[in-house]
Design a protein around this ligand. Structure first.
Ligand code: WTA
Length: 654
């Protein structure tokens, strides 16, 4: 079930599952013929194609041009238009008579419940937006959001979008140091958090983490605190002047707040993600293009119908939650379940109970979760009635065919199509994905490009090959617009691979005889742990901060449940002890600098790292060691005894 096995089993995989005729009959895109027709249209005349899609949405002012590609790679979509994404998620539905439709069926981990219609959501968002204004937030200001999975999280994003403030959501598993780095990088003036949240029966005291994070951030004027705790008091120290309880201000403001007319390329949000350096990048998404792309991908990939109950188990703290809990789903006026907690709280049946109770029809989750469900056993699933399900989805990492087949058989009862969606924080929405009423699926394969996406597999010279690197050859509306404060890094990280012509996502891929694209994992030093992106350089820079550490190298290895795990090789300064105590200190540093989810599986100490004679660390050999493989070519090593020692240590489990 490891990633290595994933790739091996992927390359032998030739099962094919066409959609059931009954599914196809009612689907938006119900055959390969209509997929091809629509796809060709979208590629041959993207201007006409995207203009037609955009007509479904509300514009205060129409665009002058659909795509301005005059200064590559700084593309502009729907330039000249004015719109508002919160308006398209809320006001549009209420104005057109859909206000009574349920938007969010929320369940807290302890079992508390809330139901919000689209009309309710509009007034909550408007009130929240007025609170933000009261605290001095203006169009263009950056607002950080550090909240548990409660309705206010979605509300906070929409409230920012409503007034034109730029949200920067920080997943609530990140540490205070990560909050500080993001707040400083984007010069955030307001931070929204909660007293706490629930995870596996425990309270996470979020406000305290924020306090530690922003204590030296002069740019932060206010911390707005939502009280999640209710009856259960959560310790929540408040600082005079700076800190404000949401309920205290919301009672004083109006529940009406007109949506700001935003320019097409006004910044909508920042979302920080890992790359190949020690510093996460603030990915920038703008208004109009992201709006249109999130709307259409959600509609077609999930084949959204008016009576669907959709559930995405991701956290809004990641891009999946931004696009496929908030913007894409709400623009389609879909009813969705939102759940705060863990899948195994109070027991391993929680998710299936939620599906049964709310009659969920579309379920979107990560391969890591599916592998954990498999391990927990089928009994948890078969005890529940999952007959409401009609479509399943996966996201975030390659899915191994074994997990895909289990999902298909045990969860989907061989009835539900599976959409394996490949995309990134940077792409804004789905790029490669089956369309459930049209595309015959293959276990472990993200299949074919979405409309408007010109995808290919290239070699270093930009020639199409069977196995190589994934490239996107044309701009698309949901694409990132840059890295906050670092234009040069945007060009070098994403556009320099093929001379500025094509977008380079950083994934390896292969094309099969049907033209399907199989994703083979990252080709750079980004590791995907439980679907969370972590740059190995980020961890390395944490370790070298320790006074006893001289150098470190971190590599990704296959992991049975997480997809990939991290193994750290650390050299200590002469005279320092390589003790369990030091190991514990290093783990504590990871918790503090990034968050617990980035902890390595193992830390190995050594007097030196395997290097070439010119002093370059040979990561390839470290990967061989960490995966327990026979070593590759060692002839260029300066000192071969180092790898031998490391290999022995690894095998002995030290
Ligand atoms: C990986 C998550 C294989 C990929 C939406 C990509 C996938 C990175 C898939 C982006 C998939 C995402 N199959 N690999 N279906 N989906 N990935 O930015 O390596 O958190 O580059 O976005 O996850 O991760 P991010």
């Amino acid at each position: 079930m490891s990633t290595t096995n994933t790739y091996e089993s992927i390359s032998n995989e030739n099962r094919k599952f066409p959609p059931a005729a009954s599914f196809a009959a009612n689907a938006h895109i119900g055959s390969m013929e209509s997929y091809r027709k629509e796809y060709n249209k979208s590629i041959e005349d993207p201007h006409a194609y995207w203009a037609e899609v955009a007509e479904d949405l509300h514009w205060f002012k129409p665009w002058d041009s659909v795509l301005d590609d005059s200064s590559q790679p700084f593309y502009k979509w729907f330039d000249g238009s004015r719109t508002n994404l919160s308006y398209n998620c809320l006001d549009r539905h209420v104005a057109e008579g859909r206000g009574d439709k349920t938007a969010i069926l929320w369940e807290g981990e302890p079992g508390d419940k809330r139901v919000l219609t689209y009309a309710d959501l509009l007034s909550e968002v408007s009130r929240f937006a007025n609170v933000l204004k009261r605290l001095g937030a203006h169009k263009g200001d950056r607002v950080a959001i550090y909240l548990p999975m409660i309705p206010e999280l979605a509300v906070a994003l929409l409230a920012c979008a409503r007034i034109g403030a730029v949200h920067s959501v920080i997943f609530a598993g990140f540490s205070s140091d990560s909050i500080r780095d993001r707040v400083l990088d984007s010069q955030t003036s307001l931070v929204i958090t909660a007293d706490g949240g629930y995870r596996r029966g425990k309270i996470l005291e979020l406000k305290k983490i924020v306090d530690a994070g922003v204590q030296d951030c002069a740019c932060v004027h206010h911390v707005l605190v939502v009280e999640r705790g209710g009856d259960e008091a959560i310790d929540c120290p408040m600082q005079n002047e700076r800190d404000v309880f949401y309920n205290n201000v919301s009672a004083k403001v109006d529940a009406v707040c007109p949506a700001e007319e935003m320019e097409a390329e006004d910044l909508l949000f920042l979302l920080y993600t890992s790359g190949t350096t020690g510093k996460p990048k603030g990915i920038m998404h703008t208004t109009a293009g992201y709006q249109v792309f999130s709307y259409l991908t959600a509609k077609y990939t999930f084949d959204l119908q008016s009576d669907d109950v959709y559930w995405c188990t991701a956290d809004v703290g990641w891009i999946t939650g931004h696009t496929y809990i908030v913007y894409g789903i709400l623009q389609n006026c879909t009813t969705q379940v939102m759940y705060e907690g863990a899948p195994n709280s109070p027991d391993e049946g929680r998710f299936w109970e939620i599906i049964e109770n709310y009659k969920v029809s579309i379920f979107y989750t990560a391969p890591t979760a599916i592998r954990a469900f498999m391990k927990w056993g089928d009994d948890w699933v078969t005890k529940k009635d999952l007959s409401s399900l009609r479509l399943l989805g996966t996201v975030g990492e390659p899915i191994n065919p074994e997990a895909w087949m289990w999902y298909h058989t045990v969860i989907g009862a061989e009835r539900c199509p599976i959409v394996d969606t490949w995309w990134q924080t940077e792409t804004g929405g789905h790029m490669l994905t089956p369309l459930p009423g049209a595309t015959p699926t293959k276990p472990g394969c993200a299949t074919l490009p979405f409309f408007g996406i010109d995808a290919d597999v290239l070699n270093d010279d930009g020639e199409s090959v069977e196995a190589g690197i994934l490239a996107i050859k044309k701009p698309w509306p949901g694409m990132m617009r840059g890295i906050y404060g670092d234009t040069q890094r945007y060009e070098s990280a994403y556009w320099s691979k093929w001379g500025g012509q094509y977008y380079f996502p950083g994934d390896g891929a292969r094309v099969d005889e049907d033209g399907y694209i199989w994703i083979l994992g990252r080709v750079d030093d980004v590791v995907n742990v439980s679907g969370h992106r972590i740059g190995t350089a980020e961890l390395e820079s944490v370790f070298v901060e320790h006074a006893a550490v001289a150098e470190s190298a971190v590599v990704g290895v296959p992991h049975e449940i997480k997809g990939q795990g991290l193994i750290a090789f650390v050299t200590v300064i002469e005279g320092q002890a390589c003790s369990d105590n030091l190991r514990n200190q290093l783990v504590a540093m990871v918790d503090k600098s990034i968050g617990k989810f980035a902890r390595p599986e193992r830390i190995l100490f050594s007097s030196d790292l395997p290097k070439t004679r010119s002093g370059k660390i040979m990561r390839r050999l470290l990967r061989d060691i960490a995966e327990g493989r026979e070593l590759g070519n060692t002839s260029t090593l300066a000192d071969p005894s180092i790898v031998e020692n490391l290999q022995l240590q690894f095998q002995q489990g030290n």
